[in-house]
Design a protein around this ligand. Structure first.
Ligand SMILES: Cc1ncc(COP(=O)(O)O)c(C=O)c1O
Length: 369
């Protein structure tokens, strides 16, 4: 965030900046979704909805799982939330008490450990590397679980690494968590943004997981603040009660807009974007390797490349600052995602056009030289 602020300041002063630090697609929300939002406003749909969301949106989300994954989900288990962020807060709120702990991978999405901290929950950071695709495997759960641990959190595809958890490994992780009488929270926010791997949902493996998703990334609705979570049946009521108290309801206009997110016309637009992300990844990856970065695991999803920069620097934080000041390219240092080998990693977001990536690579290569 500091880096982003600095990048914006330099930009305001007239410098040309290439933004490879932001985790947000550069596309505006697809037109059919925007139109549905405008229509909802015109029809004055401006009141609160139920805390768990519009029944028709919960049904549309359940239908989405049937169409895409051939999976029957009771819409009662679907809770609409203010982004995946709202879902993460709800999940941790209902599963933990102050003094408990949760297991996270290091590196992982930084807000999770901060949400835990706000709740007085200790996060145990488990170092993961290329050998496990930067993800949990069952044995790591057994090794790091403590008496006060209540849940483990995973994201597939992951931020910052773009790696997936293969179906069998997810099943193993789930079993290991279950053996400890804990809960598995699976963040599928980058679902749909998967390039050359089989897509599945963890919901197909068990009804006992908390599975989080969002309209932010694949559906390109970051600023609308809307997502969802599918919870085990016995948690529906408690999640409802906590949602009533923390959020009252997810944003109404966004919910009406999201209703058309699953329509075939919208999906056609979104699928074209997926193809563009894949093209960007395929463009950037070999150029980064040529420039001296090591990328031991091919990122198969999201829009991130987590690169080992040990051949270039052992202080990635300072390096990203210098790169921004000297060449006007903003990338995220590893320290944002944890501590494990953070000084020798950086994250590149390919949320910019191939032309911009080209400009960034010229500057990065010159900077390294
Ligand atoms: C892994 C992961 N989870 C959750 C979020 C939160 O997303 P939102 O609240 O916009 O749905 C992000 C945002 O970047 C993310 O990368």
């Amino acid at each position: 965030m500091d880096l982003l602020a600095r990048a914006r300041k330099l930009e305001a002063e007239g410098q040309s900046i290439v933004h490879l630090e932001v985790g947000e697609p550069d596309f505006a929300t697809a037109r059919p979704i925007v139109d549905a939002g405008i229509q909802a406003l015109r029809q004055l749909k401006t009141n609160y909805t139920a805390a768990t969301g519009l029944p028709e949106l919960r049904q549309a989300i359940a239908d989405h799982y049937r169409h895409k994954y051939n999976l029957e989900i009771n819409p009662r288990r679907v809770v609409v939330t203010p982004g995946a962020s709202g879902a993460l807060q709800l999940a941790l709120s209902v599963l933990t008490d102050a003094g408990d702990s949760i297991l996270l991978t290091d590196p992982s999405y930084p807000c999770n450990r901060n949400i835990a901290q706000v709740l007085g929950v200790n996060s145990i950071h488990v170092p993961v590397g290329a050998e496990t695709q930067y993800q949990f495997v069952a044995s790591l759960i057994g090794e790091h679980w403590q008496d006060n641990t209540r849940a483990a959190m995973v994201a597939s595809p992951s931020n910052p690494t773009g790696t997936l958890i293969e179906r069998g490994v997810m099943q193993g992780v789930f079993e290991a968590v279950k053996k400890k009488h804990g809960h598995l929270i699976v963040d599928e926010i980058y679902q749909g943004l998967v390039y050359d791997a089989e897509e599945y949902t963890a919901l197909a493996l068990s009804e006992e997981m908390f599975v989080i998703n969002s309209f932010s990334k694949y559906f390109g609705m970051t600023g609308w603040r809307i997502g969802w979570m599918v919870v085990p049946e016995q948690f529906v009521d408690v999640v409802d009660r906590v949602a009533q108290n923390i959020f009252l309801a997810p944003p109404t206009i966004s919910q009406y807009a999201a209703l058309v997110a699953f329509e075939p016309d919208t999906d056609e637009i979104l699928q074209r974007r997926v193809a563009m992300f894949r093209e960007r990844r395929d463009y950037l990856l070999p150029l980064l390797e040529e420039a001296g970065f090591k990328i031991p695991v091919q990122p198969q999803g999201a829009f991130y490349i987590y690169a080992d920069c040990s051949a270039i620097t052992d202080d990635s934080f300072q390096w990203t600052k210098d790169l921004l000041e000297k060449e006007g390219v903003a990338v995220t240092p590893g320290i944002d995602f944890g501590e494990f080998e953070a000084n020798t990693h950086v994250r590149f977001s390919y949320t910019r056009s191939v032309d911009e990536l080209k400009r960034a690579m010229c500057r990065i290569t010159r900077f390294i030289k």
